[in-house]
Each structure stands twice: as structure tokens, then as C-alpha cells.
Design a protein around this ligand. Structure first.
Ligand code: MG
Length: 251
């Protein structure tokens, strides 16, 4: 298993790979042709978002208990919406609460990073289009979500899409992947991809029937029960086994 990070190296954003505690620069395009380059003398301490996606396709109401806590019926097919790439921030970057927008919630989610162009992909070979897995916090302006016909405003504020810390490759997506959401170290959300109503292959097929997924695009697979409001000063963490922890301060 290999983890792909992005760091600032000599003033330039670069992908690096970590395997067995060894950190190496990536020479070339991590989604196409690349070779491992120089080994870093020390483990990096600050990380950029592991990828800048052309889009984040997020899935609503994909866990039964979360649909119930929102008072919504489970949808008959995956319900998708977009989060803009301008909402992306990396580990440690602040989630900025718009003071006028009412309640803002955390939503811990498993993010599936696409590895190659996917158009009208069938479920059977959908997983061959996956590059890896990352943590996503689908930060949501809950009051605006309830007020608006669609989710663009509620889901689209700058800083409302923390991702990272890395993209873990080589995870077995056929086995349950545990996901947790914590606020100030207190567990709030805990589930696994075994509880997804629509699994990852179905999501890739469903989305790619509509729009082309590009390398680096992220499917945020939905949040389990336990979402709740954030306030300035909070530290919010999304934790996925095999990927690590994505922690962001709130201000
Ligand atoms: Mg969500």
C-alpha cells in the first residue's frame, strides 16, 4: 500500500509517495506516467490537499441512519450534487464559517479518487477506475440546504471541502472501510462502507452515465449518522482506516 501526498517542495507543489516510512518525490504525473525520484531527508510536516479535482461529486442520503436523522426517505437511486473545486482545502487549513449562514455541520465521508477517465462505466469494471481513497469533510450550511431548492449554496462555500491528508492506494474496496468523524477529539460519527446504501461501483456507474469523471476527481460517498454543528475554535477530524486523519480548525 502506498500513500500519495502533496507538499510544497522548494516553493513548488509536488506529489510525494510514502511507503513503509520512506518518502519519495514523484517525477511525472501521478495519474499517468511517473517514477519515484529523490528520497526526502525528513518526513514532511505540512501537507497540501492531495489533489486539485476538476469536480467533487457528492452523494446525499447514502446511509440509512443519516437519512433518518435528516427526516428524509432513502432515495431510490443515488442522489448526487456538485461541490466546487474552489471549496477544497488541505489538512490543517481553517474551515471559515460564514457568520450569516446559520448552522454549519461537519459530514465525515469516504472520498473515492478517480485514476483514469471514466465515461459510461459499467459496475463490473468500475473499481478499475479508482486511484485510491481519501478523507472528505462535506461541510454543509444546513439552514441554507433546507431553504434552497438545490444544494449549490449550502455545499459550495470556500473552505467547505477539506480533503486529505493523503490518497491511499491499494485498499480493498470490496471490504468494509471504517470511517469516523470527531469534534474536539469526541467521536460523533462512526460507520463503514459496508453500510452504504449504494456501493462504490454503483456510484461510479451512476455518475459516469451522466458526466465524464477525470483523473483526480473525487466522489464523496455520503455521510453516516451523527452530523452536528461546528463553532469557531472547534477542531474537526475525519478519520479513515488506512488513510489517516484529516483535521481542520474552525473559525
Ligand atoms: Mg454529505
Amino acid at each position: 500500500m502506498m500513500c500519495v501526498y502533496r507538499i510544497e517542495y522548494q516553493g513548488v507543489p509536488r506529489h510525494v509517495v510514502e511507503e513503509g516510512g520512506r518518502w519519495r518525490l514523484v517525477e511525472g504525473d501521478i495519474f499517468a506516467r511517473w517514477t519515484p525520484g529523490d528520497t526526502l531527508a525528513d518526513a514532511p510536516r505540512h501537507f497540501l490537499p492531495p489533489v486539485l479535482p476538476s469536480k467533487i461529486v457528492a452523494i446525499g442520503l447514502n446511509y440509512r441512519e443519516h437519512a433518518a436523522e435528516q427526516g428524509k426517505a432513502v432515495p431510490g437511486e443515488p442522489m448526487m450534487f456538485l461541490k466546487p473545486p474552489t471549496a477544497v482545502v488541505g489538512p490543517g487549513e481553517a474551515i471559515v464559517l460564514p457568520g450569516w449562514a446559520g448552522r454549519i455541520d461537519h459530514e465525515a465521508e469516504v472520498g473515492v479518487v478517480i485514476g483514469r477517465t471514466a465515461r459510461q462505466v459499467g459496475e463490473a469494471d468500475a473499481l478499475t477506475y479508482v486511484f485510491g481513497v481519501t478523507c472528505v469533510n462535506d461541510v454543509t450550511a444546513r439552514d441554507l440546504q433546507k431553504k434552497d431548492v438545490q444544494y449549490t449554496r449550502a455545499k459550495g462555500f470556500d473552505t467547505f471541502a477539506p480533503i486529505g491528508p493523503c490518497i491511499a492506494t491499494g485498499l480493498d474496496l470490496g471490504s468494509p472501510i471504517r470511517i469516523e468523524g470527531l469534534v474536539n477529539g469526541e467521536p460523533r460519527q462512526s460507520s463503514s462502507t459496508a453500510d452504504l446504501i449504494f456501493g462504490i461501483p454503483r456510484l461510479i456507474a451512476h455518475i459516469s452515465a451522466v458526466m465524464t469523471l477525470l483523473p483526480g476527481d473525487i466522489i464523496s460517498t455520503g455521510t453516516p449518522a451523527g452530523v452536528g454543528p461546528l463553532k469557531p475554535g472547534d477542531l474537526v477530524t475525519v478519520k479513515i482506516e488506512g488513510v489517516g486523519e484529516l483535521t481542520n480548525p474552525v473559525r
